[in-house]
Design a binder for this molecule. Structure first.
Ligand code: IPM
Ligand code: MN
Length: 368
């Protein structure tokens, strides 16, 4: 039997509640598909910080490197000044573990309400590959004469060619994996298919203004495209992307973009697919340890009430299984989620699902 060692960071607010349901479903999948998840819990987050003054131990990432993957609930609390835990835990782990891809599927499940008129699960089904290690998140910059009228602040937007190339490679490979000649992306025209294309990869940037950094991305993108003759490439400015994601989400298959643009467009994309209650993501280091998380926050208002939607965490669990190689189990969890959203839940919103958090976990586990 395959056995995996998983680090679990339940974190703050509703994090522990949703992680419990994800683990419940993962265990049910393990029984069915014949694998075991051995897990260790790391109780980092607001309470640990307030009790000890420590945000993360110095060797936190070394500890996590011993595991096959991490599952994270949520980080952030209204008991701690905003930014301290987000930067000190989430961003620090992403950087130290070099999780250079933030993979965010945008998928409208059956029965889930979208704010986009006349759009169905057929139309909203793409993946955003957000670069997760560079850009303004690198943290270079500074300010002088703070709190005077002459204050100057700058925050540098930096990328190396290597950072760009490794992210683009992941995105091109993902486009190849998502679609095959037998199962081409449905947005392709007959002409595209006749030309041998099976998938589409869209680069999002702002090449009309931010010419140095976006120019680097564009040149690297066009150069790498030559190695992937079956992937049709497209380019979209980031502002126009927000428009098309609302108006024509069916135009997207795989989208690749830099860190901050990816952060912003994936919140918009998540809302089009039913909101934070059902949006999952993975912080991926293809050569190292990856960390999967529901992309919503810690929802202090709903903490401890057994009303938060655990679907995003369950989906993060499925992404983790896919990453670990348990593809069949991952697909089965997605199918079970679709059954539950399509046949059981009244809404994706906390407290309005028609079921409690634990009942939703039970439903998905039973549907498996
Ligand atoms: C996200 C979040 C984080 C980010 C914050 C909490 C640091 O918004 O995961 O998208 O900006 O990456
Ligand atoms: Mn974000």
């Amino acid at each position: 039997m395959n056995k995996y060692n998983i680090a679990v960071i339940p974190g703050d607010g509703t994090g522990p509640e949703v992680v419990n349901e994800a683990l419940k479903v993962l265990d049910a999948a393990g029984k069915k598909f014949g694998f075991e998840l051995d897990r260790k819990e790391f109780c980092w987050g607001a309470d640990h910080y307030l009790a000890t003054g420590e945000i993360l131990p110095d060797d936190a990432s070394d500890q996590l490197r011993k595991y096959d993957a991490c599952l994270l609930g949520a980080i952030g609390s209204n008991k701690v000044k905003p930014g301290i835990l987000e930067k000190g835990i989430l961003l620090r782990l992403r950087f130290e573990l070099d999780q250079y891809i933030n993979l965010r599927p945008v998928k409208l499940f059956p029965g889930v309400e979208t704010p986009l008129a006349n759009k169905t699960p057929e139309d909203i089904d793409y993946v955003v590959v957000r670069e997760n290690s560079g850009g303004v998140y690198t943290g270079m910059g500074g300010s002088v004469q703070q709190d005077t009228p002459d204050e100057v602040a700058c925050q540098n937007w930096v990328y190396t060619r290597k950072q760009v190339d490794r992210c683009l490679k992941y995105a091109f490979e993902l486009a190849l994996k998502r679609h095959t000649k037998e199962n081409p992306w449905k947005g392709l025209s007959d002409e595209d298919k006749a030309a041998g294309y099976t998938a589409q990869l869209t680069l999002v940037g702002k090449t009309n203004v931010l010419t140095y950094v976006c120019g680097l991305w564009e040149r690297a993108f066009n150069e790498m495209a030559k190695q992937y003759p079956t992937v049709k490439t497209a380019y979209c400015h980031v502002d126009a992307t927000t428009m098309w994601m609302v108006k024509n989400p069916e135009w997207f298959d795989v989208v690749v973009t830099e860190n901050l643009m990816g952060d912003i467009i994936t919140d918009l994309a998540a809302m089009t697919a039913g909101g934070m209650g059902i949006s999952s993501g993975g912080n991926i280091n293809p050569e190292g340890v990856s960390m999967f998380e529901p992309i919503g926050g810690s929802a202090p208002k709903y903490t401890g009430l057994n009303v938060i939607n655990p679907m995003a965490a369950i989906g993060a669990g499925a992404m983790m299984l896919d990453y670990l190689g348990e593809k069949e189990a991952a697909a089965a969890i997605e199918k079970a989620m679709a059954f539950v959203t399509g046949n059981k839940l009244k809404s994706m919103a906390a407290g309005k699902m028609g079921y409690s958090t634990t009942e939703v976990g039970d439903l998905v586990a039973a549907a498996l």
